[in-house]
Design a protein around this ligand. Structure first.
Ligand code: SF4
Length: 221
């Protein structure tokens, strides 16, 4: 297409960058406004419910119908039960625990990735894991908006940050601790026999993106 043709298309069908940035900003502002109003409404309801509950406990104690020690003991048991239910529901935030500083992480696993990735097809970059607070604050690693704070994966099942054509990690120097620490050698989901290069045949049953089938391999950038 001619240079002029490109100019025509870009000026007629694409909004310019400042417009797009402003539209994006407005969308974020609307989203934040909604989140803040929900938060405010939920806080009011929580305060109201807490007032009723504390008033009820005080009355029951005054009338000698319960003791605070008994109540504390029961509260701990019920609290543990509710936390377990909440975790099972998948609604809570998921973060790395315990958390390590990735820039001072001393247990990075190094092995001959580049020699083997044509067999394993970067299967490790399809495993889901939780980010750390450090990753989230830093804002480089993308997380699943619908499931905070799991690493973002695309529809093909791979991490968003994997270069589909070179097998390289596009955020290599900021990659999270699970990427630094993961050792696939004993992981039977990937290798049936690492030393003898026997891959688990299950990983070949996946529909791989076309460019991953043919390109040369290197897992580092
Ligand atoms: S951050 Fe990089 S190394 Fe970690 S899973 Fe994603 S592509 Fe792979």
């Amino acid at each position: 297409m001619s240079e002029n043709g490109q100019e025509l298309i870009s000026s007629s069908s694409e909004p310019n960058r400042p417009d797009r940035a402003e539209a994006l900003r407005q969308a974020v502002v609307e989203g934040l406004r909604y989140t803040h109003s929900r938060l405010n409404a939920n806080t009011s309801k929580t305060l109201e419910a807490s007032s009723f509950l504390y008033a009820l406990i005080e009355l029951l104690e005054e009338k000698g119908l319960l003791s605070v020690a008994e109540l504390d003991q029961r509260k701990r048991i019920v609290g543990e039960r509710l936390v377990a239910q909440y975790r099972q529901s998948g609604n809570g935030l998921i973060v790395q625990d315990p958390e390590c500083d990735k820039y001072n992480f001393s247990e990075t696993v190094e092995f001959d990735c580049a020699e083997r990735v044509h067999l394993c097809r970067a299967a490790c970059c399809r495993l889901p894991f939780a980010l750390s607070r450090q990753d989230v604050r830093e804002g480089v690693v993308h997380w699943e908006l619908g499931q905070p704070y799991l690493i973002e994966q695309r529809q093909d099942g791979y991490c968003n940050h994997l270069d589909r054509c070179t097998w390289g990690c596009t955020i290599y120097h900021q990659r999270p601790v699970p990427c630094l620490a993961f050792d696939c050698r004993q992981d039977r989901r990937i290798w049936l026999d690492y030393e003898n290069r026997v891959i688990n045949p299950e990983i070949n049953r996946v529909d791989w993106p076309a460019c991953l089938e043919t390109k040369a391999v290197h897992h580092d950038p």
